[in-house]
Design a protein around this ligand. Structure first.
Ligand code: 6R9
Length: 666
């Protein structure tokens, strides 16, 4: 991509600097904030000639059989279907690895940085290809065939990347489950997708903590009664404890299956719409949803956004800190960078091990040019900036990305000024598990950047704001964020429940994809994401449904009712606050707080551990029995001033009791 932000690969200080503070965004300066003509032209063209635009992008993949139709899409809830490049055939793994061998066999594809600062491994495209072929052969010899589901419950080790790509190679559908999820959450996913095989490790390592992954898989298989798992492949970690509990009928060591396999494997080809992976994410109701992504459209979108949004240039080193258990770890740790022939860093550990200086040290050690992380991590670094910035120069940085939650202008500014030394452009990328890749983002060179704003639609993307009737709002305004038309990277369905897919995303506002987020559009037409408008929390950049946490609490036999809300949290963005009502007859309920907390942890995993548990004699309900969460959110946030109208409550006196209970907790 042609780009004047930095010319000819040299560092250049002539680019238009991002605005130095949020104040300078007043409307009197709005003429300075216009997006660049070049971006506007390209954007306009991508909308007016959408098919031609995506045809051009998709032609940058290697197709075994070219497609003749670009898209076949309807957002009508009575006829919902999303298909891109549907009669084309390709192999996703070939596109990420094999096709680069001619030119990049000896270029590092994945650089793995261990939890221990003395451990790192560089794998060239050639070596990556060999490892994937060996595993693909092993999976086939275990009877895994195209369309089978394979769960990956893995630490951030190279085998996790081999596993994703080997599945893609043989057409097996992978479903990565974050290692921080509990065995109960894993069991739900095993059953939901009817997994045939699980790939895991004996232990995971995060800082000084060991995570007993294999033991959790054992537990999950006990919980997932009648499951369909034949085999569990276990990667032996050098720091492993020796022999985990073992079931000879099911468990196999990864190295025993893989080491003697051939390093060659002839890749079959698959339809563009063949499912590549399922990834579970939380919604406002019920159990997590398994979003199903495609092969051709997803990869086209991953590659295009990776190259454009990070302005990737040949030979650069890219580091995305996300875990492969999340969508960011799929699109921008594995598929996007490898499709583009980049060098991608995979880091096993956590930001503060051995110290908070680690991220800077890793950036220097591997000369990282593009760094992509979450606001929660930036806030963590910022909270002890001296340590975080010590011991590293970070002069290799050219682009700094952020994702997962709104970034406040002060955090944005620190990221730009202090972490990036005012030399790297910040790109705040808004997107979702459902969208497959970036949708709203200040593409480098698309015009001046505003701290805290995701700003501009990516090429081919048509965002809009609507009111509660679904009427499109014009100009400077706030509303619910919808997307009017499809893009290739969009999820195709919810695994096993297409109706839920339609109901969740295409029924609130007819003919539009509803994101579940709210946003503001400013006088320049730039978007500012304000956060979820449904009952989904964003804790440290992770999505959690309040309903899931409530049902976990309700499995505790002494609890009659539970209501979960989010409240502002300095580092996590949002903290989890749970109001619980004990069953009649339960005495000194407060003494049960710790065991309720561990029950929820057990049910969902450590990321869902409540920050505050408040016992209350009752919850604020309307006369029709609906919990007024608006009031609970205010109370949890210690904001008692404007509780709004409480007259419709069945028992308004409950509010005072909640407030005094809140004050006692402080
Ligand atoms: C990629 C990812 C999606 C939800 C999304 C929104 C929030 C993500 C954001 C952001 C403000 C950004 N979100 N990026 N909010 N600015 N740049 O995070 O996917 O885990 O599915 O979460 O995260 O609320 O709806 P996912």
């Amino acid at each position: 991509m042609e780009n004047s932000f930095v010319k000819g690969g040299e560092k250049n200080n002539n680019h238009q600097p991002p605005l130095s503070d949020a104040q300078s965004l007043s409307s009197s300066h709005s003429h300075e904030h216009q997006a660049s003509i070049k971006y506007l032209n390209k954007y306009q063209n991508s909308i007016e000639n959408k098919e031609a635009f995506w045809q051009e992008q998709a032609s940058q993949l290697q197709w075994s059989k070219p497609f003749t139709q670009v898209s076949d899409v309807s957002f009508d809830k009575n006829d919902l279907h999303i298909r891109w490049f549907a009669d084309g055939e390709l192999n996703v793994c070939v596109n990420c690895v094999d096709r680069h061998l001619a030119e990049r066999a000896d270029q590092p594809a994945i650089v793995w940085e261990g939890d221990n600062p003395d451990h790192s491994i560089s794998l060239t495209y050639k070596q990556l290809h060999e490892e994937i072929c060996k595993l693909a052969n092993a999976l086939e010899s275990l009877g895994v065939t195209a369309g089978d589901r394979v769960i990956l419950y893995m630490p951030m080790v190279p085998e996790a990347a081999f596993a994703m790509l080997a599945c893609a190679r043989i057409g097996a559908i992978h479903s990565a489950v974050f290692g921080g999820f509990s065995s109960a959450a894993l069991a739900d996913r095993i059953n939901n997708c009817e997994a045939k095989l699980i790939i895991t490790a004996d232990l995971g390592l995060r800082g000084t903590k060991s995570i007993p992954l294999k033991a959790s898989v054992d537990e999950a298989l006990t919980l997932a009664e009648g499951h369909s798992v034949d085999k569990v492949l276990v990667v032996k970690q050098p720091h492993g404890s020796g022999t985990p509990a073992w079931n000879d009928k099911v468990d196999l060591w990864y190295h025993d299956c893989v080491d003697n396999q051939s390093t060659e494997h002839t890749p079959p080809t698959f339809d563009a719409e063949h499912p590549l992976f399922i990834l579970y994410t939380s919604g406002s109701t019920g159990k997590p949803k398994g979003l199903q992504h495609s092969s051709g459209g997803y990869l086209c979108y991953a590659q295009t956004t990776f190259k454009e949004v990070f302005d990737y240039r040949d030979g650069e080193v890219f580091w995305c800190t996300a875990d492969i258990g999340w969508i960011t770890g799929h699109t921008y740790l594995i598929y996007g960078p490898l499709a583009a022939g980049a060098t991608t860093i995979m880091y096993e550990g956590v930001p503060n091990f051995p110290t908070l200086a680690r991220f800077g040290e890793v950036i220097d050690k591997h000369n990282v040019n593009i760094f992509y992380t979450a606001p929660t991590t930036i806030r963590m670094l910022m909270a002890d900036a001296n340590t975080a910035l010590s011991g590293s120069q970070r002069t290799s940085l050219r682009i700094l990305g952020t994702v997962g939650e709104p970034i406040s202008p002060d955090v944005w500014q620190w990221y730009y000024d202090d972490f990036g030394l005012q030399q790297a452009q910040v790109v705040d990328t808004w997107w979702q598990t459902e969208t497959g890749g970036h949708l709203i983002v200040p593409i480098p060179d698309s015009g001046p950047v505003k701290p805290g704003a995701a700003q501009r639609p990516f090429y081919g993307i048509e965002p809009q704001l609507v009111d509660s009737n679904g009427d499109i709002l014009e100009g400077e305004t706030s509303g619910h964020l919808v997307i009017l038309d499809s893009w290739p990277g969009q999820a195709r369905t919810i695994w096993g429940d297409h109706q839920r897919f339609i109901d969740t995303y295409f029924s609130t506002y007819e003919g539009m994809y509803f994101s579940g987020d709210g946003a503001r559009r400013d006088e320049d037409g730039d978007y500012w994401i304000t956060g979820r408008v449904d009952d989904v929390l964003n804790v440290s950049g992770h999505r959690l449904g309040t309903a899931e946490i409530e049902s976990a609490a309700l499995t505790y036999s002494d609890i009659a009712e539970a209501a979960v809300v989010g409240y502002p949290h300095d580092v996590k963005g949002q903290g989890i606050y749970i109001f619980v009502v004990a069953k009649t007859g339960v005495e000194s309920a407060e003494t049960l707080t710790d065991s309720v907390r561990s029950k929820i942890r057990q049910a969902l995993g450590p990321i869902a551990t409540p920050d505050h548990i408040q016992w209350s004699p009752d919850l604020p309900k309307t006369r029709s029995g609906k919990i007024m969460r608006r009031i609970l959110r205010k109370i949890a946030s210690n904001d008692f001033a404007e509780l709004g109208d409480t007259s419709t409550l069945a028992d308004p006196s409950v509010v005072d009791k909640l407030i005094s209970g809140r004050k006692d907790l402080n």
